[in-house]
Design a protein around this ligand. Structure first.
Ligand SMILES: NC(=O)c1ccc[n+]([C@@H]2O[C@H](COP(=O)([O-])OP(=O)(O)OC[C@H]3O[C@@H](n4cnc5c(N)ncnc54)[C@H](OP(=O)(O)O)[C@@H]3O)[C@@H](O)[C@H]2O)c1
Length: 315
């Protein structure tokens, strides 16, 4: 991995695919359409060049609007921006993959994707309903398709040249191994919750060994309080190195070799979260010694995501 001392421009080469992923990624899970546009533009203006989207966030069109406006103003080109989106659970059937992919491209207003992820390994009943439930409110899963079937359909997207890399999300090490071992085109990236309370060390080691980028979401613990940003170790280190707790947590994530996704929703926080610098080794080690373990997002167990805007709240 190429790193500069200030970490802002760290890029991770994509081994299984094409290009380089900027380690600092902006996540677009924002429950309001107007805020999605404003926050995405602020992130581009602050320097973010990596954007994480999903059909399930129901705001790809707004992200595309922001991207188009910033590209049209000049100074940033599409080639400089790393764009990711994700296939939702109700589109796992192979025949649904390419139409879902094309629909995302259309909403984002772009001609190719840098990375396409299977959002979760859980297949839901196929169809337009993203959250299919029975009368008792239980999710309707689809037993008629395997993760490998869906993966093979993603491989075809790479063959067709509109997608530079493919990957997985909300998944444990065992399933990553299974796909890695069976795949013709290996996963380029795996997106999971990861922060000092959930370092996912075993998964990270496997990913490093196989040349897979680990893409950490919730690097700030989803901003929950009380939580990571008020952790005494993090607060004390922030005071010591003259950075904010958010900057310390993001630097730690980049320094351990992961890419990350953060979602600041103001211009000031976008600048803050982009302005990260290498931590001294002893500070980095101190964070590694934190013993608290906490998973914040249960999506990995069920495929049902938290923090998703309700239908109609966002386009
Ligand atoms: N694969 C999946 O299932 C999955 C699940 C969850 C998330 N994700 C991805 O990961 C992205 C990141 O989401 P996240 O919730 O994990 O992001 P995060 O950066 O860990 O947390 C975002 C929260 O932190 C707050 N925040 C951001 N910067 C801050 C700062 N400098 N100081 C204080 N508070 C700050 C934000 O508040 P304000 O809004 O007030 O700025 C927001 O409430 C998502 O947008 C999405 O792309 C993926």
């Amino acid at each position: 991995m190429m790193e500069t001392s200030d970490l802002r421009m760290t890029r991770i080469p994509i081994k299984h695919g094409t290009g380089q992923m900027p380690a600092l990624g902006f996540g677009t899970l924002i429950p309001d359409a107007a805020l999605t546009i404003a926050a995405t533009k602020d992130a581009l203006e602050a320097g973010f060049r990596h954007f994480d989207c999903a059909e399930r966030y129901r705001n790809e069109r707004e992200v595309g609007t922001a991207l188009r406006e910033v590209l049209a103003a000049g100074g940033v080109t599409r080639e400089e921006v790393f764009m990711t989106t994700k296939l939702w659970n109700s589109n796992h059937r192979p025949e649904r993959v390419e139409p879902a992919f094309e629909a995302s491209l259309e909403r984002l207003g772009i001609k190719y994707l840098d990375l396409y992820l299977i959002h979760t390994p859980f297949a839901f009943q196929p169809g337009e309903e993203q959250d299919p439930r029975d009368q008792n409110g239980n999710v309707l899963y689809d037993e008629g398709v395997t993760l490998l079937d869906t993966w093979k359909a993603l491989e075809t997207l790479v063959d067709h040249g509109k997608c530079r890399a493919i990957g997985l999300s909300d998944i444990g090490l065992d399933k990553v191994k299974t796909i890695y071992e069976s795949a013709r085109i290996k996963p380029a990236a795996v997106q999971v919750e990861s922060h000092p309370y959930l370092p996912e060390t075993e998964l990270l080691e496997y990913c490093k060994e196989k040349g897979i980028v680990l893409l950490a979401f919730a690097p700030l613990g989803h901003g929950m309080t009380p939580g990571l940003m008020a952790d005494p170790v993090i607060s004390a280190l922030a005071a010591r190195v003259g950075k904010t707790p958010a900057q310390v947590l993001l630097a730690w994530a980049v320094q351990r070799g992961t890419a990350l996704l953060t979602t600041p929703t103001t211009a000031a926080r976008a600048k803050e979260n982009f302005d990260i610098a290498r931590l001294p080794e002893d500070a980095f080690d101190e964070i590694n010694r934190i013993q608290i373990r906490q998973r914040l997002n249960p999506v990995v167990n069920t495929g049902i995501p938290g923090f998703i805007p309700a239908k109609g709240q966002s386009a």
